[in-house]
Design a protein around this ligand. Structure first.
Ligand SMILES: [Zn+2]
Length: 143
């Protein structure tokens, strides 16, 4: 009831879908911390990604590596940071993927929130397309 991450039709219509299969959907975070900030969302509603059935969990990890590789190709960052989320604002477990060139704390303090919001409105789709292009050379699909 009212879980935004279970509203797949809404996610598809309001975001640029980077990758979708029967288990997951990947979209840009609409309040990105950095360019290329992506959400990997299992379609099954669980509060914690670690609570997924084993087969789905393994697939999520496979896609996590796939998307991280795409982000690396698209942005050539010093590192691709990943954090698993759930329990908090969103009740639907998901994973954040962020290309970083400095630590997360420095990234947060060096990028004012207002700037991030403005930037997000302008370029979420363009950033998603960069990752999609990178994936097209590295991801062959399959569940
Ligand atoms: Zn949900």
């Amino acid at each position: 009831m009212g879980c935004t991450f279970c509203e797949l039709t809404l996610l598809r219509s309001s975001s640029t879908v980077i990758l979708e299969d029967s288990v997951v959907i990947c979209i840009p975070d609409n309040r990105p911390i950095v360019r290329g900030h992506i959400l990997l969302i299992p379609k099954r509603h669980v509060q914690n990604v670690f609570d997924l059935p084993e087969r789905e969990y393994r697939h999520v990890m496979y896609i996590l590596r796939t998307i991280s590789n795409g982000v690396s190709l698209a942005y050539n960052p010093k590192m691709v940071a990943v954090f698993v989320a759930g329990y908090q604002i969103q009740e639907h477990g998901h994973i954040h993927i962020l290309p970083l060139n400095e630590g997360l704390a420095d990234t947060l303090s060096n990028t004012p929130l207002r700037d991030r919001d403005e930037w997000a409105k302008e370029s979420l789709r363009a950033e998603a397309l960069k990752v999609i292009a990178a994936l097209s050379t590295s991801y062959k699909g399959g569940v």
